[in-house]
Write a protein that binds this ligand. Structure first.
Ligand code: OGA
Ligand code: MN
Length: 291
């Protein structure tokens, strides 16, 4: 079926015309969505009443292999029994709101730092797909930053300085920034991964700044200088003109490209209101499209 894309921001993000993704199985429609991702980097679908299994199936149909080595899996067992379905909620296994000092809540708070998903593993995450099941009556938005527009807006000197640089990403680093502590055995499982600072997208001919709060150091650069450069780039990339804020409604399903966008959760009264979303993230592996 023919889909149309309505831009929601000057440089990225589009809302897709009415479609039920549970029933989208043909190669041509899936490819239209992939082309939409190449162009907009974030796609918003409304009224997608996925069950957990349907969401897992769609994610694989759309983009292949799922990321299951999540940071949370090192800390607590997933309440859905499947680490590929990330529990983006403030609700515990007992169905009650998490207490303020619950470890899952504490690590979830790090979602409020600008980041991309699964930059701390190899292969890294490609697409994340977040399904809104329960949303609070107050704003609890997710913000996205356009890292292609941010790259394009760099001056030529900065572009040549950062060309070819590689960055170490560690989930322990971003958590520790917030004072979260890991046991030695947990840290051992969270060693991180190294990825290029600038990414190329052959399909769109564009480049992005590949950054996240997990970025701890630049390889072959002294730590303070590397961290200062990462901070400067982060400040540049998160200027208001590069940011879109998504206000969630139940049934929203948002797909973003972690290689070309960053995102962060905005604060709300999570001790009072329930917020439940489920995330599936695919790995950045070559996609063998089956017709
Ligand atoms: C995520 C995430 C932000 C939010 O699901 O990866 O960072 O607003 N979510 O819940
Ligand atoms: Mn995230």
């Amino acid at each position: 079926m023919a889909l149309s894309f309505k831009p929601l921001h000057a440089t990225f993000v589009a809302e897709v015309s009415t479609v039920d993704l549970r029933t989208v199985k043909d190669a041509a429609t899936l490819e239209q969505i992939r082309c939409g991702m190449d162009k907009y980097n974030v796609l918003v679908f409304r009224n997608q009443p996925f069950t957990d299994d349907e969401q897992l199936e769609f994610a694989q149909r759309f983009d292949g292999q799922l990321h299951a080595r999540t940071s949370t899996s090192v800390l607590v067992k997933n309440r859905f029994g499947n680490e590929a379905l990330s529990d983006i909620s403030n609700v515990g296994a007992d169905g009650q709101l998490l207490s303020p000092d619950d470890r899952r809540r504490m690590t979830g708070l790090a979602n409020r730092l600008w980041h991309a998903d699964a930059t701390f593993v190899e292969p890294a995450g490609r697409y994340s797909m977040l399904s809104a099941r329960v949303v609070p009556p107050v704003a609890a938005d997710t913000e996205f930053a356009d890292m292609c527009a941010a790259y394009d807006a760099l001056d030529d000197e900065t572009k040549s300085t950062i060309a070819g640089l590689k960055v170490h990403h560690s989930i322990a680093y971003s958590r520790e920034l917030l004072g979260f502590e890991f046991a030695p055995a947990e840290k051992e499982q969270l060693k991180g991964a190294v990825h290029p600072l600038v990414r190329d997208f052959p399909r769109s001919g564009r480049r992005s700044l590949y950054l996240a709060s997990h970025a701890s150091s630049i390889i072959d650069m002294r730590v303070p200088e590397g961290r200062l450069l990462l901070r400067d780039l982060m400040e540049h990339a998160t200027q208001a003109r590069f940011v879109y804020s998504h206000h969630w409604a139940v049934g929203d399903f948002v797909i973003w490209d972690n290689r070309s966008t960053m995102h962060r959760a905005r604060p709300f009264d999570d001790g009072k209101y329930r917020r439940e979303l489920r995330r599936t993230t695919t790995l950045d592996l070559p996609l063998s499209v089956t017709a």
